[in-house]
Design a protein around this ligand. Structure first.
Ligand code: PNS
Length: 160
């Protein structure tokens, strides 16, 4: 069985992420969306909130599950028998850092990284931009899954 992981912060998950999960699900037998627990980075949503949203988002995809991890991604891959890391590449600006990480992960544990080129509909989209637009009252409808939109709206209202 081929197992792939889609790692990230997902604070929050966007439709660009969902596009990558969907495409990874067509390539692997099983896909794990793995949320990084990063205690040194402040986030809008807690890890539990992000996991809840992701579980709702991937529910229609039969072979995708959601988990979290702390520490090195390659250790998670070894512990969970993951053969490949699948990531989206939005633009050339993503490439340098992604290449470094892919090469380091291969050097550390021989884990392959596969890149899918992001759907052009979402090439400008990032979790950071979504949060910034939502914080200032802009509409992110159509850019994030409905469950994320609802929670973002609630979060912005409670922080106002
Ligand atoms: O959504 P993000 O924050 O861009 O995702 C980055 C992520 C989680 C994929 C990356 O930071 C990662 O893999 N972190 C785990 C720690 C690790 O393995 N670091 C070495 C990478 S070569």
């Amino acid at each position: 069985m081929r197992i792939a992981v889609c790692p990230g912060s997902f604070d929050p998950c966007t439709n660009g992420h969902l596009d990558v999960f969907t495409r990874a699900a067509a390539l692997a037998d099983r896909v794990i969306v793995a949320v990084l627990i990063n205690r040194s980075k402040s986030s809008l949503f807690t890890v539990d909130e992000r996991i809840e949203m992701l579980r709702e988002v991937v529910a229609p995809l039969g072979n995708v599950e959601v988990d979290s991890f702390y520490g090195l991604l390659v250790d998670y891959c070894k512990d969970h028998d993951v053969q490949a890391i699948v990531k989206g590449l939005r633009a050339v600006s993503d490439f340098d850092y992604e290449l470094q990480m892919a090469q380091m992960n291969y050097r550390l544990a021989g884990v392959e990284t596969l890149f899918v080129t992001t759907n052009p509909l979402y090439s400008y989209l990032s979790s950071s931009l979504v949060k910034e637009v939502a914080k200032h009252g802009g509409s992110v409808a159509g850019l994030v899954p409905d469950t994320v939109l609802a929670r973002l709206t609630d979060k912005m209202a409670s922080d106002a």
